[in-house]
Design a protein. Structure first.
Ligand SMILES: O=C(CO)[C@H](O)[C@H](O)COP(=O)(O)O
Length: 262
């Protein structure tokens, strides 16, 4: 069955599978959004069904909430949980300081709120998400619909004044209409190429009227679990450095692969 998975899916799967080691009985777990996080939700669902794992999941999008319920995870709201033991989520880019760009799936607002409300944020990613400098992936910025073109112009002017290299911004679309987030907002994607001072940019963006949140996650992530297409995983821990790990045992997970692929 493993042969049916592409190397990139295998990389996402092994990262997600390794991340389940961070989840224990009784925990409140933030569940990320995206294709990598979906593998995690399915792995946790399997542990709930087959091993009797007892967790409460706080999803970061309606998509993840639906999947979590489907696979048997008890879903609660963030307000009901108040504080989480761990959040496990994907990312669009991560650098050596474990700073991230997120929001490729449009869920950055809930993702940032949930991750910040967690004792630990663990990111799961295939090795292709690793970058020297953040910014090749367009930076998502969530804006309120009211006056979004004015907000866009303000962002572009600010990028010029900050001397940021790329300055093109685009409204994220869903067919012919602007994409709408779970909170009813829109997403502007900032094509910057290379973000010099990500911390400063994140602060400046969030000070603008009309901007709800930006996709830079600075000093939020504690560890990145990096998956490779051949089944290897590596844990990059902000405190412990890199932990080299062996290849995950695919034989043990064949049934899960079957479920996931079907
Ligand atoms: O930030 C996100 C959604 O808002 C995702 O975590 C990010 O886009 C990565 O997605 P994928 O695992 O599908 O590559």
């Amino acid at each position: 069955m493993t042969g049916e998975l592409s190397p990139i899916d295998k990389a996402k799967f092994v990262a997600a599978k390794r991340a389940t080691d961070y989840v224990e009985d009784g925990m409140r777990v933030g569940l990320g959004t995206g294709s990598t996080a979906a593998w995690l939700v399915r792995c946790l669902g399997e542990m709930v069904r087959e091993e009797g794992l007892k967790i409460k999941g706080v999803p970061t999008s309606t998509r993840t909430a639906e999947l979590a319920r489907e696979v048997g995870i008890e879903v609660i709201s963030l307000d009901a949980a108040r504080w989480l033991d761990v959040t496990i989520d994907g990312a669009d880019e991560f650098d050596e300081n474990l700073n991230l760009i997120k929001g490729g799936g449009g869920a950055l607002l809930q993702e940032k709120i949930v991750a910040t409300a967690s004792d630990q944020m663990i990111v799961i990613a295939d090795v292709g998400k690793e970058v020297e400098t953040l910014g090749s992936f367009p930076l998502p910025v969530e804006v309120v619909p009211y006056g979004w073109q004015t907000t866009q112009a303000l962002i572009e002017e600010t990028l010029v004044s900050m001397d940021v290299l790329g300055r093109r911004t685009t409204m994220r679309m869903n067919g012919d209409a602007p994409f709408v987030t779970d909170e009813g907002n829109h997403i502007l994607d900032l094509h910057l190429n290379r973000i010099g001072d990500a911390r400063q940019l994140a602060m400046v963006m969030n000070q603008m009227p009309g901007v709800v949140e930006n996709g830079l996650f600075i000093d939020i992530c504690d560890a990145v679990i990096v998956g490779y297409g051949d089944g290897r995983v590596e844990v990059r821990d902000i405190n412990a450095g890199t932990i080299e790990e062996a290849m995950l045992d695919f034989a043990e997970t064949d049934n899960l692969f079957t479920d996931l692929v079907d």
